[in-house]
Ligand binder design. Structure first.
Ligand code: ADP
Length: 402
């Protein structure tokens, strides 16, 4: 039976949404409300080729959600709010509590709010989004889908930091990992496309976008991932440094009198591709500048690929070999140059690209005789969220109502 599911991704000043029918996965409409809280907020709604855009004052997420639901009715995308069978919410942090997506109850919501101490910028807005949609659609099952949940299969050898034990025990400082929904989705799709069960595969998944992370997947389970306690660690990103010598921070704090907040800004907003190139955080811009001969842009691209290669190498060691390397995210899906730089001179691992297929962003881009499959797969976190609403929200809700 076909169901209509809303996937919601609430950010600090934005609300992204997609309305899908499942199991087909057809997108009925999608869009984003940006600059929430300002007088010139922008509401964009797309239905197929049609696009509506309005700039207006939107005070808060409550008003944004109300406007969204009104627009769905006004544009006759749905006949009534009862036509929405379930709502899925992307939630940043599930801590050690949530190992899978969960049906939202009062207790689950309270726990998401408690976990705000681990994700102070994200969980409170995610929780606010959940409350708002619960108020407007009180009888519609809602499911929380966590960026961290897929990585709850990591063992202590992968998630413990070598700090005094009490920092883990009392403060919960450990590797959590993020982008889990994306890594899970693309690895499942890879197995389908290969016609091989995921349980038989050793995969390294590279989600390369503004935020980037890698994930080592064995038999469908995440066994390591490059983001850690926060989404700041691991490989180099658009504006984030990724891993650096930790003692740089106290040194800079002392030398320049920076506060913890200022250090966070330095690492999160001013580093990465932007910091090194001085050109842009956007990979395309940096690629263009490098093409025009900018040496720091060239260096930024070299660092970017180098850190990913180092991580892939360590994951191949951990996995005891690799069957497939997976590229996704805006850079992974679109940049032949990035993929070429990451896979260069790896014939000794059985990893070799077919240049023509790589340039065309084909689904499989390895050379004919290469042992390791290299795949380019578009991520679709909204579809994964909607599927989890079907799997968890609608089946459990049905059980409850029996
Ligand atoms: P987010 O992490 O915000 O979801 P995306 O996954 O959309 O980001 O990825 C954005 C990144 O993808 C940007 O750095 C952008 O430059 C890069 N990108 C998008 N298209 C291309 C392209 N054709 N070539 C190279 N990089 C691209």
């Amino acid at each position: 039976m076909s169901r209509t599911i809303m996937a919601i991704n609430a950010g600090s000043s934005s609300l992204k949404f997609q309305l899908l029918t499942l199991p087909a996965g057809t997108v009925l409409c999608q869009g984003v409300i940006e600059r929430i809280g300002l007088n010139d907020a922008v509401f964009t709604l797309k239905q197929g080729e049609q696009k509506w855009q309005e700039t207006r004052a939107i005070a808060d997420h409550q008003q944004a959600a109300t406007l969204l639901l009104e627009a769905l009715l006004a544009h006759r995308i749905i006949p009534s709010l009862e036509a929405i069978d379930g709502v899925g919410h992307r939630v940043a942090h599930g801590g050690e509590t949530f190992k899978d997506s969960v049906l939202i109850t009062d207790a689950a919501l309270a726990e998401i709010e408690r976990l705000a101490e681990l994700a102070p910028l994200h969980n409170p807005v995610n929780a606010a989004g959940i409350r708002i949609f619960r108020a407007v659609l009180p009888h519609t099952p809602a499911v929380a889908v966590f960026d961290t949940a897929f990585h709850q299969t990591l063992d202590q050898g992968a998630f413990i930091y070598p700090l005094p034990w009490r920092y883990y025990q009392e403060l919960g400082i450990r590797r959590y990992g993020f982008h889990g929904t994306s890594h899970k989705y693309v690895s499942q799709l890879l197995a389908e496309k290969l016609g091989v069960p995921l349980s038989a595969l050793r995969v390294v998944s590279c989600h390369l976008g503004n935020g980037s992370s890698l994930c080592a997947i064995k038999g469908g389970r995440s066994v390591n991932t490059s983001m850690g306690f926060t989404p700041q660690s691991g490989v180099m990103m658009g504006t984030r440094s990724g891993d650096i010598d930790p003692s740089i921070l106290p040194w800079v704090a002392q030398r320049e009198g920076k506060t913890p907040q200022q250090l966070n800004t330095l690492l999160n907003n001013e580093s990465g591709l932007l910091g090194v190139s001085g050109v842009s955080h956007d990979y395309r811009d940096v690629e263009q500048a490098a093409k025009e001969g900018n040496p720091r842009a060239e260096l930024a691209l070299t660092l970017f690929a180098g850190r990913i290669r180092a991580t892939i190498g360590s994951y191949i060691m951990q996995l005891g070999g690799i069957d497939a390397l997976l590229f996704t995210g805006g850079i992974g899906e679109n940049s032949a140059r990035a993929r070429e730089a990451i896979c260069r001179d790896l014939h000794f691992l059985g990893l070799e690209l077919d240049d023509g297929k790589n340039q065309r962003n084909a689904t499989f881009i390895q050379a004919d005789n290469a042992l390791v499959k290299v795949a380019v797969i578009n991520t679709n976190e909204e579809l994964m969220i909607a599927r989890d609403v079907m799997r968890i929200g609608l089946s459990q809700a049905a059980e409850v109502s029996v």
